[in-house]
Design a binder for this molecule. Structure first.
Ligand SMILES: [Zn+2]
Length: 450
């Protein structure tokens, strides 16, 4: 039974909020709650039709694709299967950077600008339009409801972005209060902060948690070490995202909070790609997103085999993401899920790992605390942070022609602010960031054992 407040919020206030923002989230979510039960064949038919419409709209309105399709002799109207996408080249961050204006649809209105580091750590500026926002929010909303919770239920968000914190204007605060979502900044995991987080969670008794798996696991561990119970609060589910979820983290969180962990996979750039259901299936938002898994030569691999995740987001007419390379490594499942949903699944996601780093005074913080220092700099193409010891951290940087000594100084002072004034920060310019032996691109590595 949902309480009255939740029904009021999910049934009235949130729809109004979305409508005022010009989004069609409510109707999209309603359609998605229906289509999740479709058969594979029905879903495929829908996807092909939508792909054809989408590519036709893109050809009509997006200069970059107009010339590309013309050059290739590609006709959007002749698309008869999802595999027809393979006639088109990949889209990567470099192409987006170099064609930022030509990738905007000439009929786009109300585009919002976004910045992200993506999985390979390369900063990226791109744009998203209203229909895409509606679809991404609706997909998240649908997946939330799989877990018997809803928008309006009390939620604690443990997030690390200082950019988001800075954007907390009055409207945002009011909205958060109305939707009963509380943000706790999860950058610095000192003893004091950990105790404060635990006290806040105890006082608020949320129905759901949302955050990085490493952060939630860290809090669970701290509570466990200090004998602080968290499983008596009525928390139903912990939504985790943005990092690889390790089995031991899942167990730690489930044990201490007495709730289930639901893993989500996606990004600001790629959209809401997949989410776990209570049966453990990692369901792809297949109505919106076509996932291809490709090998290093760019060939699509058979289902079940691992490769890079390449996505086409079918509702990005305003700023298209067609065969966008995410830099993540995963494989598709060949199975069907016990929950009965026809949405295809990812089998395994190997890709995203960000580690914790440890400041000179012992404060444990999320690697993103350092990543954000670099992401703000336009002149940086890609980077890798290696914490060798508590006193010494190296940063490999691939910079463009605007990268200067000033940038290096800013990196050093930004890092020292987080790690301690006396630590040594080496900024090394390199031609290319090499992947790990496993093929993973980790952008933060800490060799300091906690
Ligand atoms: Zn399922």
């Amino acid at each position: 039974m949902k309480n009255l407040y939740t029904s009021l919020i999910s049934g009235a206030a949130f729809p109004l909020h979305e409508k005022l923002k010009g989004h069609t989230t409510v109707s999209v979510k309603k359609a998605m709650e229906n289509s999740q039960w479709w058969s594979r064949a029905q879903l495929e038919e829908y996807r092909v039709r939508r792909l054809r419409e989408f590519l036709s709209a893109v050809y009509a309105h997006v200069p970059y694709y107009q010339s590309l399709f013309d050059r290739l002799g590609f006709a959007a109207s002749s698309v008869t299967s999802v595999a027809d996408l393979q006639q088109l080249p990949f889209l990567d961050k470099k192409i987006i950077r170099e064609n930022q204006q030509d990738l905007k649809a000439d009929n786009a209105t109300r585009l919002s600008q976004f910045n992200t580091g993506g999985s390979s750590g390369e900063p990226l500026v791109f744009f998203i339009g209203n229909s895409r926002v509606s679809h991404d929010v609706a997909a998240k909303w649908r997946a939330t409801r799989w877990w018997d919770v809803d928008i309006g239920d009390r939620e604690i968000v443990l997030w690390g972005s200082p950019i988001e914190l800075g954007a907390q204007d009055r409207f945002r605060l009011l909205r958060d209060r109305m939707f009963r979502s509380t943000l706790l900044p999860a950058f610095e995991m000192s003893e004091t902060h950990l105790n404060e987080f635990i006290a806040a969670i105890r006082a608020m008794r949320p129905r759901m948690l949302f955050g990085y798996p490493s952060v939630l696991a860290h809090i669970a561990q701290h509570a466990e070490n200090n004998g602080l119970p968290l499983d008596d609060l009525g928390i139903k589910v912990a939504f985790v995202t943005s990092e690889r979820l390790y089995q031991e983290q899942r167990e730690k969180i489930e044990r201490r909070f007495g709730c289930k962990v639901a893993n989500g996979y996606g990004g600001r750039d790629a959209g809401f790609i997949a989410h776990e259901c209570p049966e453990g299936g990692m369901h792809i938002t297949a109505e919106d997103i076509i996932v291809e898994i490709v090998d290093p030569q760019g060939k699509v691999v058979p289902d079940g085999e691992s490769g890079e995740v390449v996505i086409t987001h079918l509702f990005t007419d305003d700023f298209p993401f067609i065969r966008y390379c995410t830099g993540d490594v995963a494989s598709l499942s060949t199975e069907t899920c016990a929950c009965g949903r026809g949405l295809p699944m990812l089998k395994e996601i190997h890709g995203r790992t960000t580690d914790f780093i440890i400041a000179a005074d012992g404060t444990v913080m999320h690697g993103l605390a350092l990543i954000y220092v670099l992401r703000e700099m336009e002149a940086i193409r890609s980077f890798k942070i290696i914490q060798e010891t508590r006193e010494w951290t190296r940063v490999e940087v691939v910079g463009d022609e605007h990268f200067s000594e000033q940038h290096a100084t800013r990196i050093m002072s930004g890092f020292k602010k987080r790690l301690g004034e006396n630590v040594t920060i080496d900024v090394e310019r390199v031609e290319k960031i090499k992947p790990e032996r496993s093929g993973k691109y980790r952008y933060v590595i800490s060799k300091v054992v906690t």
